[in-house]
Write a protein of this length. Structure first.
Length: 499
Protein backbone atom coordinates (compact mmCIF):
# COMPACT_ATOMS: atom_id res chain seq x y z
CA UNK A 1 0.00 0.00 0.00
CA UNK A 2 1.22 3.51 -0.83
CA UNK A 3 1.34 6.18 1.87
CA UNK A 4 1.55 9.95 1.49
CA UNK A 5 3.30 12.44 3.76
CA UNK A 6 1.82 15.81 4.65
CA UNK A 7 3.75 17.27 1.71
CA UNK A 8 2.42 14.70 -0.76
CA UNK A 9 5.56 12.54 -1.06
CA UNK A 10 4.85 8.89 -1.83
CA UNK A 11 6.44 6.34 0.45
CA UNK A 12 6.93 2.72 -0.47
CA UNK A 13 7.39 1.44 3.05
CA UNK A 14 5.04 1.28 5.99
CA UNK A 15 5.04 4.40 8.18
CA UNK A 16 6.97 4.31 11.41
CA UNK A 17 5.21 2.26 14.07
CA UNK A 18 3.79 4.42 16.88
CA UNK A 19 5.77 4.03 20.08
CA UNK A 20 2.58 3.19 22.00
CA UNK A 21 1.59 0.29 19.72
CA UNK A 22 3.58 -2.26 21.75
CA UNK A 23 2.25 -0.95 25.08
CA UNK A 24 -0.21 -3.49 26.55
CA UNK A 25 -0.40 -2.23 30.14
CA UNK A 26 -4.16 -1.47 30.06
CA UNK A 27 -6.06 -4.72 29.41
CA UNK A 28 -3.80 -5.45 26.45
CA UNK A 29 -3.92 -1.86 25.20
CA UNK A 30 -1.70 1.24 25.59
CA UNK A 31 -2.02 3.03 28.94
CA UNK A 32 -2.84 6.17 26.98
CA UNK A 33 -6.25 4.60 26.27
CA UNK A 34 -7.03 4.90 29.99
CA UNK A 35 -5.98 8.57 30.10
CA UNK A 36 -7.97 9.50 27.00
CA UNK A 37 -11.01 7.57 28.24
CA UNK A 38 -10.56 9.35 31.57
CA UNK A 39 -10.73 12.90 30.25
CA UNK A 40 -13.63 11.93 27.99
CA UNK A 41 -15.35 10.38 31.01
CA UNK A 42 -15.19 13.68 32.89
CA UNK A 43 -16.11 15.64 29.77
CA UNK A 44 -19.16 13.41 29.29
CA UNK A 45 -19.98 13.80 33.01
CA UNK A 46 -20.12 17.56 32.54
CA UNK A 47 -21.64 17.44 29.03
CA UNK A 48 -24.52 15.06 29.77
CA UNK A 49 -24.96 16.35 33.29
CA UNK A 50 -25.56 19.82 31.89
CA UNK A 51 -27.55 18.62 28.85
CA UNK A 52 -29.76 16.44 31.04
CA UNK A 53 -31.25 19.53 32.70
CA UNK A 54 -30.78 22.07 29.87
CA UNK A 55 -34.10 21.66 28.06
CA UNK A 56 -35.99 21.94 31.37
CA UNK A 57 -34.04 25.10 32.29
CA UNK A 58 -35.08 26.59 28.95
CA UNK A 59 -38.83 25.84 29.06
CA UNK A 60 -39.65 25.70 32.78
CA UNK A 61 -41.36 28.83 34.12
CA UNK A 62 -39.33 31.52 35.86
CA UNK A 63 -41.10 30.62 39.12
CA UNK A 64 -39.52 27.16 38.82
CA UNK A 65 -36.06 28.57 38.11
CA UNK A 66 -36.26 28.33 34.32
CA UNK A 67 -36.26 30.85 31.47
CA UNK A 68 -39.88 30.32 30.42
CA UNK A 69 -39.29 29.69 26.69
CA UNK A 70 -41.73 27.66 24.59
CA UNK A 71 -41.05 23.93 24.21
CA UNK A 72 -40.50 24.44 20.48
CA UNK A 73 -37.85 27.08 21.13
CA UNK A 74 -36.24 24.98 23.88
CA UNK A 75 -35.96 21.81 21.78
CA UNK A 76 -34.68 23.83 18.81
CA UNK A 77 -31.94 25.39 20.97
CA UNK A 78 -30.96 21.98 22.34
CA UNK A 79 -30.88 20.50 18.84
CA UNK A 80 -28.88 23.42 17.46
CA UNK A 81 -26.46 23.18 20.37
CA UNK A 82 -26.02 19.43 19.78
CA UNK A 83 -25.39 20.07 16.11
CA UNK A 84 -22.93 22.87 16.89
CA UNK A 85 -20.96 20.52 19.14
CA UNK A 86 -20.28 18.17 16.26
CA UNK A 87 -20.00 20.95 13.66
CA UNK A 88 -17.20 22.29 15.85
CA UNK A 89 -15.45 18.98 15.23
CA UNK A 90 -14.51 20.39 11.83
CA UNK A 91 -12.93 23.43 13.45
CA UNK A 92 -11.03 21.28 15.94
CA UNK A 93 -9.90 18.89 13.21
CA UNK A 94 -8.74 21.74 11.00
CA UNK A 95 -6.77 23.34 13.84
CA UNK A 96 -5.25 19.93 14.68
CA UNK A 97 -4.26 19.11 11.09
CA UNK A 98 -3.02 22.56 10.14
CA UNK A 99 -1.92 24.46 13.26
CA UNK A 100 -1.46 22.71 16.61
CA UNK A 101 -1.64 18.94 16.12
CA UNK A 102 -4.36 16.78 17.65
CA UNK A 103 -2.92 16.47 21.15
CA UNK A 104 -2.37 20.19 21.78
CA UNK A 105 -5.78 21.01 20.30
CA UNK A 106 -7.27 18.50 22.76
CA UNK A 107 -5.75 20.38 25.70
CA UNK A 108 -7.02 23.80 24.56
CA UNK A 109 -10.48 22.32 23.98
CA UNK A 110 -10.68 20.96 27.52
CA UNK A 111 -9.97 24.41 28.97
CA UNK A 112 -12.63 25.99 26.72
CA UNK A 113 -15.25 23.47 27.90
CA UNK A 114 -14.56 24.28 31.53
CA UNK A 115 -14.99 28.01 30.85
CA UNK A 116 -18.36 27.31 29.22
CA UNK A 117 -19.68 25.35 32.19
CA UNK A 118 -18.57 28.10 34.57
CA UNK A 119 -20.47 30.65 32.43
CA UNK A 120 -23.68 28.58 32.62
CA UNK A 121 -23.27 28.24 36.38
CA UNK A 122 -22.62 31.90 37.27
CA UNK A 123 -24.12 34.07 34.50
CA UNK A 124 -27.90 34.62 34.67
CA UNK A 125 -30.58 34.34 31.99
CA UNK A 126 -29.98 34.02 28.25
CA UNK A 127 -26.49 35.58 28.41
CA UNK A 128 -25.19 32.64 30.40
CA UNK A 129 -26.88 30.21 28.00
CA UNK A 130 -25.36 31.87 24.94
CA UNK A 131 -21.79 32.19 26.22
CA UNK A 132 -21.83 28.85 27.99
CA UNK A 133 -23.27 26.77 25.15
CA UNK A 134 -20.99 28.29 22.50
CA UNK A 135 -17.86 27.61 24.59
CA UNK A 136 -18.97 24.07 25.48
CA UNK A 137 -19.96 23.30 21.89
CA UNK A 138 -16.67 24.50 20.40
CA UNK A 139 -14.62 22.77 23.09
CA UNK A 140 -16.56 19.49 23.09
CA UNK A 141 -16.53 19.17 19.31
CA UNK A 142 -12.80 19.74 19.20
CA UNK A 143 -12.15 17.38 22.11
CA UNK A 144 -14.20 14.54 20.62
CA UNK A 145 -12.38 14.73 17.29
CA UNK A 146 -8.90 15.00 18.71
CA UNK A 147 -9.23 12.29 21.36
CA UNK A 148 -10.34 9.88 18.62
CA UNK A 149 -7.41 10.98 16.46
CA UNK A 150 -4.85 10.59 19.24
CA UNK A 151 -6.29 7.19 20.17
CA UNK A 152 -6.14 6.06 16.54
CA UNK A 153 -2.48 7.16 16.40
CA UNK A 154 -1.66 4.66 19.14
CA UNK A 155 -2.33 1.73 16.80
CA UNK A 156 -0.94 0.66 13.46
CA UNK A 157 -3.36 0.68 10.51
CA UNK A 158 -3.88 -3.09 10.53
CA UNK A 159 -4.03 -3.57 14.30
CA UNK A 160 -7.09 -5.74 15.03
CA UNK A 161 -7.32 -4.16 18.51
CA UNK A 162 -8.66 -0.87 17.10
CA UNK A 163 -12.41 -1.57 17.22
CA UNK A 164 -12.03 -3.14 20.65
CA UNK A 165 -10.06 -0.10 21.84
CA UNK A 166 -12.81 2.28 20.73
CA UNK A 167 -15.42 0.09 22.44
CA UNK A 168 -13.44 0.15 25.71
CA UNK A 169 -13.00 3.91 25.30
CA UNK A 170 -16.75 4.19 24.73
CA UNK A 171 -17.49 2.21 27.88
CA UNK A 172 -15.24 4.50 29.91
CA UNK A 173 -16.77 7.73 28.69
CA UNK A 174 -20.26 6.41 29.35
CA UNK A 175 -19.43 6.11 33.03
CA UNK A 176 -19.45 9.90 32.95
CA UNK A 177 -22.62 9.98 30.87
CA UNK A 178 -24.29 7.76 33.48
CA UNK A 179 -23.27 9.59 36.63
CA UNK A 180 -23.47 13.15 35.26
CA UNK A 181 -27.28 13.41 34.80
CA UNK A 182 -27.91 11.54 38.05
CA UNK A 183 -25.90 14.00 40.15
CA UNK A 184 -26.77 17.21 38.30
CA UNK A 185 -30.44 16.18 38.26
CA UNK A 186 -30.32 15.55 42.00
CA UNK A 187 -28.58 18.87 42.71
CA UNK A 188 -31.11 20.65 40.45
CA UNK A 189 -33.96 19.06 42.40
CA UNK A 190 -32.41 20.12 45.72
CA UNK A 191 -30.78 23.49 45.00
CA UNK A 192 -31.76 24.71 41.52
CA UNK A 193 -30.48 24.72 37.95
CA UNK A 194 -27.33 26.81 38.45
CA UNK A 195 -26.03 24.46 41.15
CA UNK A 196 -26.41 21.61 38.66
CA UNK A 197 -24.46 23.56 36.05
CA UNK A 198 -21.80 24.30 38.68
CA UNK A 199 -21.34 20.60 39.40
CA UNK A 200 -20.76 20.04 35.68
CA UNK A 201 -17.99 22.68 35.79
CA UNK A 202 -16.31 20.90 38.71
CA UNK A 203 -16.38 17.60 36.80
CA UNK A 204 -14.66 19.12 33.78
CA UNK A 205 -12.00 20.68 36.00
CA UNK A 206 -11.24 17.26 37.50
CA UNK A 207 -10.89 15.77 34.02
CA UNK A 208 -8.45 18.46 32.96
CA UNK A 209 -6.28 17.94 36.05
CA UNK A 210 -6.22 14.17 35.48
CA UNK A 211 -5.27 14.47 31.82
CA UNK A 212 -2.49 17.01 32.35
CA UNK A 213 -1.05 14.99 35.22
CA UNK A 214 -0.73 11.81 33.10
CA UNK A 215 -0.17 13.47 29.74
CA UNK A 216 3.58 13.04 29.36
CA UNK A 217 3.82 9.46 30.66
CA UNK A 218 0.91 7.94 28.71
CA UNK A 219 0.38 9.78 25.42
CA UNK A 220 3.92 9.63 24.05
CA UNK A 221 4.24 11.03 20.53
CA UNK A 222 0.64 10.27 19.55
CA UNK A 223 -1.16 13.24 18.04
CA UNK A 224 1.85 15.56 17.88
CA UNK A 225 2.25 15.63 14.09
CA UNK A 226 0.71 18.57 12.22
CA UNK A 227 -0.18 16.63 9.08
CA UNK A 228 -0.80 19.55 6.71
CA UNK A 229 0.79 22.66 8.30
CA UNK A 230 -0.45 26.14 7.43
CA UNK A 231 2.06 28.86 6.52
CA UNK A 232 2.10 32.32 8.14
CA UNK A 233 0.13 33.99 5.34
CA UNK A 234 -2.50 31.29 5.59
CA UNK A 235 -2.87 31.79 9.33
CA UNK A 236 -3.48 35.51 8.86
CA UNK A 237 -5.98 34.87 6.05
CA UNK A 238 -8.02 32.39 8.06
CA UNK A 239 -7.93 34.61 11.16
CA UNK A 240 -9.50 37.42 9.13
CA UNK A 241 -12.15 35.05 7.73
CA UNK A 242 -13.00 33.86 11.25
CA UNK A 243 -13.38 37.45 12.47
CA UNK A 244 -15.70 38.30 9.56
CA UNK A 245 -17.86 35.19 10.22
CA UNK A 246 -18.20 36.04 13.93
CA UNK A 247 -19.14 39.65 13.10
CA UNK A 248 -21.73 38.48 10.54
CA UNK A 249 -23.34 36.11 13.05
CA UNK A 250 -23.49 38.91 15.63
CA UNK A 251 -25.17 41.28 13.13
CA UNK A 252 -27.73 38.65 12.08
CA UNK A 253 -28.53 37.88 15.73
CA UNK A 254 -29.02 41.55 16.62
CA UNK A 255 -31.15 42.10 13.50
CA UNK A 256 -33.46 39.27 14.56
CA UNK A 257 -32.75 36.89 11.68
CA UNK A 258 -31.52 34.19 14.08
CA UNK A 259 -34.52 33.12 16.15
CA UNK A 260 -34.60 30.37 18.76
CA UNK A 261 -37.29 28.37 16.93
CA UNK A 262 -35.16 28.30 13.74
CA UNK A 263 -31.76 27.59 15.25
CA UNK A 264 -31.76 23.84 14.63
CA UNK A 265 -32.82 24.32 10.98
CA UNK A 266 -29.98 26.81 10.49
CA UNK A 267 -27.42 24.43 11.96
CA UNK A 268 -28.68 21.55 9.78
CA UNK A 269 -28.21 23.69 6.66
CA UNK A 270 -24.75 24.92 7.68
CA UNK A 271 -23.64 21.42 8.58
CA UNK A 272 -24.80 19.92 5.29
CA UNK A 273 -22.89 22.61 3.38
CA UNK A 274 -19.77 21.97 5.49
CA UNK A 275 -20.06 18.21 4.92
CA UNK A 276 -20.37 18.52 1.15
CA UNK A 277 -17.47 20.98 1.07
CA UNK A 278 -15.20 18.71 3.12
CA UNK A 279 -16.04 15.67 0.97
CA UNK A 280 -15.29 17.75 -2.14
CA UNK A 281 -11.97 19.00 -0.79
CA UNK A 282 -10.79 15.47 -0.01
CA UNK A 283 -11.99 13.99 -3.30
CA UNK A 284 -10.28 16.69 -5.39
CA UNK A 285 -7.07 17.06 -3.39
CA UNK A 286 -3.86 16.09 -5.25
CA UNK A 287 -2.55 14.79 -1.92
CA UNK A 288 -5.13 11.96 -1.94
CA UNK A 289 -4.17 8.72 -3.71
CA UNK A 290 -6.49 6.57 -5.83
CA UNK A 291 -7.21 4.05 -3.07
CA UNK A 292 -7.69 6.83 -0.53
CA UNK A 293 -10.23 8.50 -2.85
CA UNK A 294 -12.20 5.25 -3.13
CA UNK A 295 -12.30 5.00 0.64
CA UNK A 296 -13.65 8.54 0.94
CA UNK A 297 -16.39 7.68 -1.59
CA UNK A 298 -17.25 4.54 0.40
CA UNK A 299 -17.87 6.72 3.44
CA UNK A 300 -20.68 8.70 1.74
CA UNK A 301 -23.50 6.12 2.22
CA UNK A 302 -22.28 5.46 5.77
CA UNK A 303 -22.35 9.21 6.42
CA UNK A 304 -26.01 9.27 5.33
CA UNK A 305 -26.93 6.27 7.49
CA UNK A 306 -25.12 7.82 10.45
CA UNK A 307 -27.00 11.12 10.04
CA UNK A 308 -30.34 9.28 9.97
CA UNK A 309 -29.41 7.28 13.06
CA UNK A 310 -28.33 10.33 15.07
CA UNK A 311 -31.44 12.33 14.10
CA UNK A 312 -33.41 9.69 16.02
CA UNK A 313 -30.91 8.87 18.75
CA UNK A 314 -30.33 12.50 19.80
CA UNK A 315 -34.04 12.92 20.43
CA UNK A 316 -33.19 11.65 23.90
CA UNK A 317 -32.54 15.34 24.65
CA UNK A 318 -35.54 16.77 22.78
CA UNK A 319 -38.64 14.62 22.27
CA UNK A 320 -37.73 11.87 24.74
CA UNK A 321 -36.81 14.48 27.38
CA UNK A 322 -40.24 16.11 27.04
CA UNK A 323 -41.84 12.64 26.97
CA UNK A 324 -40.06 11.74 30.23
CA UNK A 325 -41.32 14.94 31.83
CA UNK A 326 -44.94 14.68 30.68
CA UNK A 327 -45.74 11.04 29.84
CA UNK A 328 -43.47 8.82 31.92
CA UNK A 329 -44.53 7.33 35.23
CA UNK A 330 -41.49 8.33 37.31
CA UNK A 331 -42.76 7.18 40.68
CA UNK A 332 -40.22 5.06 42.57
CA UNK A 333 -41.44 3.77 45.95
CA UNK A 334 -43.46 6.91 46.54
CA UNK A 335 -40.71 9.29 45.34
CA UNK A 336 -40.80 10.93 41.92
CA UNK A 337 -37.42 10.83 40.23
CA UNK A 338 -36.24 13.88 38.24
CA UNK A 339 -37.04 13.54 34.52
CA UNK A 340 -33.37 14.13 33.69
CA UNK A 341 -32.55 10.74 35.21
CA UNK A 342 -33.99 9.09 32.10
CA UNK A 343 -30.83 10.34 30.35
CA UNK A 344 -28.76 7.90 32.44
CA UNK A 345 -30.61 4.76 31.30
CA UNK A 346 -28.74 4.51 27.99
CA UNK A 347 -25.26 4.83 29.60
CA UNK A 348 -26.10 1.98 32.00
CA UNK A 349 -26.64 -0.32 29.03
CA UNK A 350 -23.53 1.03 27.30
CA UNK A 351 -21.40 0.18 30.34
CA UNK A 352 -22.86 -3.32 30.48
CA UNK A 353 -22.69 -4.14 26.78
CA UNK A 354 -19.71 -2.16 25.43
CA UNK A 355 -17.34 -4.75 26.86
CA UNK A 356 -19.46 -7.52 25.37
CA UNK A 357 -19.27 -5.94 21.91
CA UNK A 358 -15.53 -5.30 22.29
CA UNK A 359 -14.93 -8.95 23.23
CA UNK A 360 -17.16 -10.09 20.37
CA UNK A 361 -15.27 -8.07 17.73
CA UNK A 362 -11.93 -9.23 19.18
CA UNK A 363 -12.99 -12.88 19.20
CA UNK A 364 -14.35 -12.75 15.66
CA UNK A 365 -11.32 -10.88 14.33
CA UNK A 366 -11.37 -10.95 10.52
CA UNK A 367 -14.68 -12.90 10.62
CA UNK A 368 -16.65 -10.03 12.16
CA UNK A 369 -19.33 -8.29 10.05
CA UNK A 370 -18.08 -5.52 7.78
CA UNK A 371 -18.59 -1.92 8.84
CA UNK A 372 -21.43 -1.34 6.31
CA UNK A 373 -23.33 -4.31 7.78
CA UNK A 374 -22.81 -2.96 11.30
CA UNK A 375 -24.20 0.39 10.15
CA UNK A 376 -27.18 -1.36 8.54
CA UNK A 377 -27.99 -3.23 11.75
CA UNK A 378 -27.62 -0.04 13.80
CA UNK A 379 -30.14 1.96 11.77
CA UNK A 380 -32.59 -0.96 11.81
CA UNK A 381 -32.38 -1.28 15.62
CA UNK A 382 -32.92 2.49 15.90
CA UNK A 383 -36.07 2.20 13.81
CA UNK A 384 -37.35 -0.62 16.00
CA UNK A 385 -36.78 1.55 19.08
CA UNK A 386 -39.08 4.25 17.69
CA UNK A 387 -41.75 1.70 16.76
CA UNK A 388 -41.72 0.58 20.40
CA UNK A 389 -43.19 3.97 21.39
CA UNK A 390 -46.41 3.04 19.56
CA UNK A 391 -48.15 0.88 22.22
CA UNK A 392 -48.37 3.86 24.62
CA UNK A 393 -48.57 6.66 22.03
CA UNK A 394 -51.40 9.10 22.68
CA UNK A 395 -51.71 8.26 26.37
CA UNK A 396 -52.07 10.74 29.19
CA UNK A 397 -49.76 11.94 31.94
CA UNK A 398 -47.84 9.17 33.72
CA UNK A 399 -49.22 6.67 31.19
CA UNK A 400 -45.92 5.05 30.11
CA UNK A 401 -44.33 2.59 32.56
CA UNK A 402 -40.71 3.33 33.38
CA UNK A 403 -39.68 -0.20 32.38
CA UNK A 404 -41.12 0.32 28.90
CA UNK A 405 -38.89 3.35 28.36
CA UNK A 406 -36.00 1.23 29.66
CA UNK A 407 -36.77 -1.33 26.93
CA UNK A 408 -36.88 1.39 24.25
CA UNK A 409 -33.54 2.81 25.39
CA UNK A 410 -32.06 -0.71 25.36
CA UNK A 411 -32.67 -0.71 21.60
CA UNK A 412 -31.15 2.78 21.44
CA UNK A 413 -28.05 1.25 23.03
CA UNK A 414 -27.77 -1.71 20.65
CA UNK A 415 -27.99 0.69 17.73
CA UNK A 416 -25.42 3.05 19.26
CA UNK A 417 -22.85 0.32 19.87
CA UNK A 418 -23.14 -0.73 16.24
CA UNK A 419 -22.76 2.83 14.96
CA UNK A 420 -20.78 5.20 17.14
CA UNK A 421 -17.58 3.37 18.19
CA UNK A 422 -17.49 1.57 14.84
CA UNK A 423 -17.91 4.87 12.98
CA UNK A 424 -15.14 6.56 14.94
CA UNK A 425 -12.80 3.63 14.40
CA UNK A 426 -13.71 3.40 10.71
CA UNK A 427 -13.00 7.09 10.12
CA UNK A 428 -9.44 6.63 11.38
CA UNK A 429 -8.96 3.65 9.05
CA UNK A 430 -10.42 5.29 5.94
CA UNK A 431 -8.67 8.63 6.47
CA UNK A 432 -6.32 9.90 3.73
CA UNK A 433 -2.87 10.66 5.15
CA UNK A 434 -3.17 14.42 4.51
CA UNK A 435 -6.66 14.61 6.09
CA UNK A 436 -6.17 12.38 9.10
CA UNK A 437 -8.17 14.32 11.70
CA UNK A 438 -10.54 15.94 9.23
CA UNK A 439 -11.82 12.49 8.19
CA UNK A 440 -12.82 11.92 11.79
CA UNK A 441 -14.51 15.31 11.64
CA UNK A 442 -16.61 14.03 8.74
CA UNK A 443 -18.00 11.30 10.98
CA UNK A 444 -18.81 13.89 13.61
CA UNK A 445 -20.44 16.08 10.94
CA UNK A 446 -22.88 13.24 10.34
CA UNK A 447 -23.62 13.39 14.06
CA UNK A 448 -24.01 17.18 13.75
CA UNK A 449 -26.60 16.83 10.99
CA UNK A 450 -28.47 14.27 13.08
CA UNK A 451 -28.24 16.19 16.35
CA UNK A 452 -29.53 19.42 14.85
CA UNK A 453 -32.08 17.36 12.91
CA UNK A 454 -33.34 15.98 16.22
CA UNK A 455 -34.20 19.54 17.21
CA UNK A 456 -35.88 20.24 13.88
CA UNK A 457 -37.89 17.00 13.98
CA UNK A 458 -39.00 17.81 17.52
CA UNK A 459 -40.94 20.74 16.07
CA UNK A 460 -43.32 18.21 14.46
CA UNK A 461 -43.95 16.38 17.73
CA UNK A 462 -46.90 17.04 19.98
CA UNK A 463 -49.36 14.97 21.96
CA UNK A 464 -51.91 14.92 19.13
CA UNK A 465 -49.65 13.24 16.56
CA UNK A 466 -47.46 10.88 18.56
CA UNK A 467 -48.50 7.76 16.68
CA UNK A 468 -47.75 8.97 13.11
CA UNK A 469 -44.59 10.71 14.36
CA UNK A 470 -43.02 7.58 15.86
CA UNK A 471 -44.36 5.33 13.08
CA UNK A 472 -42.93 7.40 10.22
CA UNK A 473 -39.48 7.85 11.78
CA UNK A 474 -39.25 4.19 12.78
CA UNK A 475 -40.09 2.91 9.29
CA UNK A 476 -37.77 5.46 7.63
CA UNK A 477 -34.80 4.34 9.75
CA UNK A 478 -35.45 0.66 9.04
CA UNK A 479 -35.65 1.42 5.30
CA UNK A 480 -32.25 3.12 5.38
CA UNK A 481 -30.78 0.11 7.19
CA UNK A 482 -32.14 -2.28 4.56
CA UNK A 483 -30.64 -0.16 1.76
CA UNK A 484 -27.28 -0.19 3.56
CA UNK A 485 -27.38 -3.97 3.82
CA UNK A 486 -28.21 -4.33 0.11
CA UNK A 487 -25.32 -2.06 -0.90
CA UNK A 488 -22.81 -3.43 1.63
CA UNK A 489 -20.78 -5.48 -0.90
CA UNK A 490 -20.20 -2.47 -3.16
CA UNK A 491 -19.32 -0.26 -0.19
CA UNK A 492 -16.85 -2.86 1.15
CA UNK A 493 -15.20 -3.10 -2.28
CA UNK A 494 -14.76 0.69 -2.39
CA UNK A 495 -13.13 0.59 1.04
CA UNK A 496 -10.09 -0.95 -0.71
CA UNK A 497 -9.03 -3.51 1.86
CA UNK A 498 -10.43 -1.80 4.99
CA UNK A 499 -13.16 -3.69 6.88
Amino acid sequence: MEYVTSHGTALDDKPEQPETSTDRRFFGHPLGLANLAGIEMWERFSFYGMQGILVYYLYYAATDGGLGLSQEAATSIVGAYGGLVYLSAVLGAWVADRVLGAERTLTVAAVTIMIGHIALAVLPNIAGVGIGLVCIAIGSGSLKTTTSSVLGDMYEKGDERRDAAFSIYYMGVNLGALVGPLLTGLIWDMKGFHWGFGLAAVGMALGLVQYLGLRRSTIGNAGHVVSNPLDRAGRIRYAVIAAVVVALIAVLAVAGFIQAERLSDIVVAITLVASIALFAIMLTSPKVTGDERKRVISFIPMFIASAVFWSLFQQQFTVVAVYADERLNRSLFGWEMPPSWATSINPVFIIIFAGVFAALWTRLGSRQPTSPLKFAAGTIFMGVAFLLFLPYAGGGANSTPLLWLVLILFFFTLAELLMSPVGQSLSTKLAPAAFHTQMIALFFLSVAVGSAGAGSLAGFYDTSNERPYFLFLGIASIAVGVLMAVGSKWITKMMAGVR
